[in-house]
Design a protein around this ligand. Structure first.
Ligand SMILES: Cc1cc2nc3c(=O)[nH]c(=O)nc-3n(C[C@H](O)[C@H](O)[C@H](O)COP(=O)(O)O)c2cc1C
Length: 194
């Protein structure tokens, strides 16, 4: 083998050695998949979740309480207050078709209720902690003017060390339909950061 043939052969060897790694990296890229899991009582967080899911190419799943909260705002507030303050795990329905093993990025959406997560979200995160192990998670919330309050901090506390937790983001609930570009930017930024 002359020098040129050797160089070509060497390159081929190097290339062949790199191929499986390139192939598995490409497969890995393909497997990168996001889910958006949310709870919404009056639709604002649902709109945010749908917008984020569309932008991130994510599958979307809704958390539902075993027993729905009262449809009246004041009654719902009264019912939710002791649960939020007591960090009660309100029972939720099983989410059909959700297999967290398929995802490496999980967005979690909640309305801000009494400064924290809505109880069904606390329940889901608590129950899903083990399944979230090794994944990246990111909380988003909608609120009635209180901003983030304790929502992001308590979400991170419940997730614990199980998952990587990206910075959470709060969106105003009443203006959510005019926040599409902010929601899309959030989805893009967090997907890039995962
Ligand atoms: C039970 C209850 C408690 C709430 N507590 C707060 C609060 O502490 N701070 C706040 O900014 N908004 C609060 N809100 C307003 C909601 O966070 C806001 O309207 C949100 O966008 C609703 O999301 P949803 O439409 O997905 O349910 C509360 C609403 C309800 C029903």
């Amino acid at each position: 083998m002359n020098r040129r043939q050797f160089a070509k052969g060497g390159l081929a060897v190097v290339f062949a050695a790199a191929m499986p790694r390139l192939a598995s990296a490409a497969e890995g890229e393909k497997r990168m998949k996001a889910a958006v899991v949310y709870y919404s009582w009056s639709g604002n967080t649902r709109f945010a979740a749908e917008t984020i899911a569309k932008k991130a190419g994510a599958d979307i799943f809704e958390i539902k309480a075993e027993t729905s909260y009262n449809g009246d705002f004041q009654k719902c507030c009264d019912e939710a207050k002791p649960e939020c303050q007591g960090k009660t795990l309100r029972p939720i329905k099983a989410i059909e078709g959700l297999d967290l093993a398929k995802y490496d990025m999980v967005f979690v959406g909640t309305p801000n209720w009494w400064g924290t997560m809505a109880p069904p979200v606390r329940t889901w995160v608590t129950q899903s902690k083990d399944a979230l192990k090794g994944k990246t998670t990111c909380l988003f919330q909608t609120n009635g003017g209180g901003g983030m309050q304790r929502v992001g901090k308590e979400f991170a506390e419940v997730v614990g060390n199980a998952a990587k937790v990206l910075p959470p983001k709060a969106f105003g609930g009443s203006s959510i339909k005019s926040s599409v570009s902010a929601l899309e930017a959030f989805a893009d930024e967090r997907m890039a950061a995962k």
